[in-house]
Design a protein around this ligand. Structure first.
Ligand code: C5J
Length: 231
């Protein structure tokens, strides 16, 4: 079943059976007060505004049978997968691997590294640990998507101009059609968020499409009420 979502720069067509919802890095250390993000002086409320719309999208995606993939940015406890340049960047007194308020910063298995309770994955949803900003770099994301016949991505999460943008660019170069939901992505820097979204849809959709979550939800509601879940 093809759904037509009004979007910029033009309608985005998708079939839930061949589309994946990608939820980027909705981790405690980025979103919760007192975590790594706020330790760096950021206002985490700018990211928290994405949670409620993303909960609605996640529920609708689950109901439609869409593939759901959650990502987490972080590293092995021995940091062997963290480039020295990434560890050194920023000259931080409390950076990656150091003990932080929610455990070691961006280290797998630590409380702060995990996904916030409001968007906790359920059985059957892949959780993809990524060492970089992009979800395709040094992960098996492309393999999972191709094996499932996925051609389109709904991209959500944080932060707009960093991990979301990098993932959209990586996906676009691999031939995936990406729709970014404007209210389900967020940045500590509102101006980067705004311009980041414009960059995606500019030039006829140079990296992809942008739409508010309501535009997708209205279409998904039609499928679930008329046909029930797809799979
Ligand atoms: C950052 C991310 N900003 N998930 N990570 O370092 O965007």
């Amino acid at each position: 079943m093809t759904l037509v979502v009004p979007a910029a720069p033009y309608d985005f067509e998708l079939d839930p059976a061949t589309t994946a919802l990608i939820i980027i890095d909705m981790q405690r250390d980025f979103l919760e007060p007192g975590g790594f993000g706020s330790l760096l002086g950021n206002d985490v409320s700018l990211l928290q505004r994405t949670i409620a719309p993303l909960q609605d999208v996640l529920a609708a995606a689950r109901a439609s049978g869409m593939t759901v993939i959650h990502t987490r940015e972080g590293h092995r406890p021995d940091l062997t997968d963290a480039p020295p340049a990434k560890l050194a960047r920023g000259n931080l007194s409390c950076g990656i691997g150091d003990p932080g308020p929610f455990g070691r910063i961006l280290v797998r298995g630590e409380h702060g590294h995990d996904i916030i309770d409001d968007l906790a994955p359920i059985d059957g949803e892949a959780v993809l640990d990524k060492p970089g900003k992009g979800a395709f770099y040094a992960t098996d994301l492309e393999l999972m998507l191709r094996n499932r016949g996925i051609t389109r991505l709904i991209v959500t999460g944080v932060t707009t101009e960093v991990c979301v943008h990098t993932t959209v660019r990586e996906g676009n170069d691999r031939g995936f059609e990406c729709l970014v939901l404007s209210d389900c992505v967020g940045s500590y820097f509102p101006e980067f968020h705004e311009v980041g979204l414009k960059m995606i849809a500019a030039q006829g959709g140079i990296f992809g499409w942008v739409a508010p979550s309501t535009a997708l939800l209205e279409q998904l509601a039609v499928t679930t009420t008329t046909t029930g879940a797809h799979r």
